[in-house]
Every structure is written in C-alpha cells, then in structure tokens.
Design a protein around this ligand. Structure first.
Ligand code: OAD
Length: 238
C-alpha cells in the first residue's frame, strides 16, 4: 500500500490539505519518541512525570525531567520533513498543520499557523495567576521556575488526563473536515483525542496518507501507507 505516485497525484490535485504530526517527525532531528525503539516511555513512567498528580506530588522531579528534555531539544534542528511541510503550506490555498509535538521544531522550520494539541515545551503556565508565557532558558537557573507574580510555574504542555487547549480540537476537526488529503506523519496514533482525527478524516472523505516506520492501528484503513522515515518520504511527496 505504498504507492508514492498515487499519493503525489492526490496531493497535487488537492487545494485543501491537513497534516497531523507526532514525535516520529522529529526523530531524525535527534528528539526521542515516546513509544517504539528507544522511546521515552520505555525508561520513564508517564504517570510519574506527565500527569497533574505527578506534578502536585513532586514538581521538582517533573521539572528536572522537562529541563533535561528542553536541553536536548534546544540542540535539535528541524529536518527535511519539517521543511517539506513548510513548502506545502506555501503551495496550498488551504493547509493546516496539527501537531502533537511540543518541541517547537515546526516553528523553527518556519511553519505558519500550527495547532499544537499538546502545548509547547517552550512555554510555561503559572499555577497561581494562570499566565501563559514563553521561556526558552536552558538549563533552567532555578527548579521549579516561577512566574513574575511569584507563583510556581508548570510546563506549558498537556498532561495525561488533561483537556486539550480550549477550542483547538474543534479547529482541527474543522480543518480535517475540509481537507481532501490528510497526512498522518510519525505518530503511533494511540493517544486520543488526536488519533481520533484519522477515522474522522476518513469519514469526511479525505484521502489518508500515513508515513511511519511501523504499522499503526490505522495503517490498514489508510488510503496510502508509506513505510519509512518522514525525512525521506515527505520531500518526495511535496
Ligand atoms: P510516539 O512515540 O507514540 O510514536 C512515534 C511514531 O513515530 C511511531 O509510530 C514510530 O514508528 C514513528 N517514527 C519514528 N521515527 C520515525 C521517522 N523517522 N519517520 C516516520 N515515523 C517515525 O509519538 P506520538 O504518536 O507523537 O503526549 O505520541 C503521542 C503523544 O504521546 C505525545 O504527544 C505525548 C506522548 O505521551 C503527551 O505528552 C500528552
């Protein structure tokens, strides 16, 4: 089911395209994924690091983990796959980039509007006054970091058990419903509601093109599944 020429044709003809990206698109930039070979959740427990309870229990531990990830991500550069999506955005009258990634590499590559379903590791939220502010310092000079109001800050990401940023899923669904082609890139498609966009796209009549090193639960229903690295396939598609 890896017909590149068919996928290229669908894309060439589409005026409205949406893309959902996951950690796999940043793997070639040196950012570890969560699942699969070398995935973060093999060595760390999400319930100890990526839930509101974990943060309430031990904010220092959670921040130390986020600080180490920020240090690693700060050294990463966007790769050919991130850049191909920037190119696609330029060419299509309507293009919506939906990402589960918090690493900021789509921003760095130059993508315009990005629906960051799981937030942004380069932002912080104040647990006291609710401010949402950017912070790119690595390493953090003080853990846990604080807001200007004196309140403790938390990472600006969505944790397990938390709702997505208000209205964002609706906006993503709106874009997917209007898309003739839906690209699903480097995601294991097991975390919801993000993964639910894939059957949603099918139902709405989009051609679903999946790019992944491995099979996922949605590979069988994809209209085209390209097996391999996003940095190889995406430039060829665009
Ligand atoms: P995962 O780590 O679950 O999945 C990464 C996917 O990328 C796997 O299916 C790999 O096969 C694939 N992959 C790896 N390298 C690739 C490459 N070079 N090219 C193409 N595909 C490649 O990451 P996500 O699906 O993004 O959430 O995970 C979803 C969410 O779970 C994350 O946003 C995070 C995590 O827990 C939160 O932190 C809330």
């Amino acid at each position: 089911m890896g017909d590149l020429s068919q996928a290229r044709e669908w894309l060439a003809q589409a005026s409205s395209v949406a893309a959902l990206t996951g950690a796999g698109i940043s793997a070639e930039s040196g950012v570890p994924t969560f699942r699969g070979a070398g995935g973060l959740w093999k060595n760390y427990k999400p319930e100890e690091l990526a839930t509101p309870d974990a943060f309430a229990r031990d904010p220092r531990l959670v921040w130390e983990w986020y600080d180490s990830r920020r240090q690693l991500i700060a050294k990463a550069q966007p790769n050919a796959a991130h850049r191909a999506l920037v190119e696609m955005e330029k060419r299509k009258p309507r293009f919506t980039l939906i990402t589960q990634n918090v690493d900021g590499l789509h921003d760095l590559a130059g993508s315009g509007k990005i629906l960051k379903l799981h937030g942004d590791i380069w932002r912080m939220l104040c647990t006291q006054c609710g401010a949402n502010f950017p912070n790119r310092r690595v390493p953090l000079p003080k853990i846990p970091p604080h807001c200007a109001c004196g309140g403790m800050a938390r990472p600006g990401v969505v944790w397990f058990g938390e709702p997505l940023p208000e209205g964002m899923m609706k906006e993503a669904e709106h874009a997917v419903a209007a898309a003739q082609v839906f690209l699903v890139i480097g995601t294991s498609a097991v975390v919801y509601p993000a993964a639910g966009l894939i059957p949603f796209a099918k139902q709405a009549g989009a051609k679903v093109i999946e790019i992944n090193l491995e099979e996922t639960a949605y590979t069988a229903t994809a209209d085209c599944a390209l097996h391999g690295a996003a940095g190889d396939w995406l430039p060829q598609l665009v």
